[in-house]
Design a protein. Structure first.
Length: 154
């Protein structure tokens, strides 16, 4: 009986010292808060989200293609840091073939009211699953300066 009680007491003391040791390791006032690393600032640009389909550009920027709440195409422009920027093109066009129609659709893009996008006036009908051809134009030039093919699905 004495051997069993001694064993139980030794287990209790060992458990108490283990808990005290972990408290001592944290310091008198608990764990110190972590300081943000310089890598966190670098990764914040990598973690920035671009709405819709993200399209990388040759100049290091990005495009964000989405269908907005009015069912119109919206092509937003972003810098290399994934922050909104003004478009460096004057207009654009999008071509696609809707499922089960057999016909080619076309819409032109003009500057949006927010200063960072090109938008279409035409309503895009469901289902929104198609392959798009996007062309971007500078003022006074009928030849596209950039072209992209995108699989869009929403």
């Amino acid at each position: 009986m004495k051997l069993c009680a001694l064993f139980v007491k030794s287990l209790f003391i060992a458990a108490s010292l283990g808990a005290a040791g972990s408290l001592l390791a944290q310091g008198a006032y608990g764990a110190k808060p972590k300081q943000p690393s310089s890598d966190a600032a670098k990764n914040s640009a990598d973690n920035a989200t671009i709405p819709g389909v993200t399209i990388p550009r040759a100049n290091g920027g990005f495009l964000g293609l989405e269908i907005d709440s009015n069912s119109n195409f919206k092509l937003s422009f972003y810098g290399a840091d994934k922050k909104p920027t003004a478009p460096d093109v004057a207009s654009g066009s999008i071509q696609w073939r809707p499922i089960n129609t057999g016909r080619q659709e076309f819409v032109s893009l003009s500057p949006g009211g927010d200063g960072t996008s090109l938008t279409s006036p035409k309503v895009v009908r469901h289902p929104w699953t198609f392959k798009l051809s996007i062309s971007l134009f500078v003022a006074g030039n009928n030849n596209p300066v950039e072209s992209y093919t995108v699989d869009y699905s929403e």
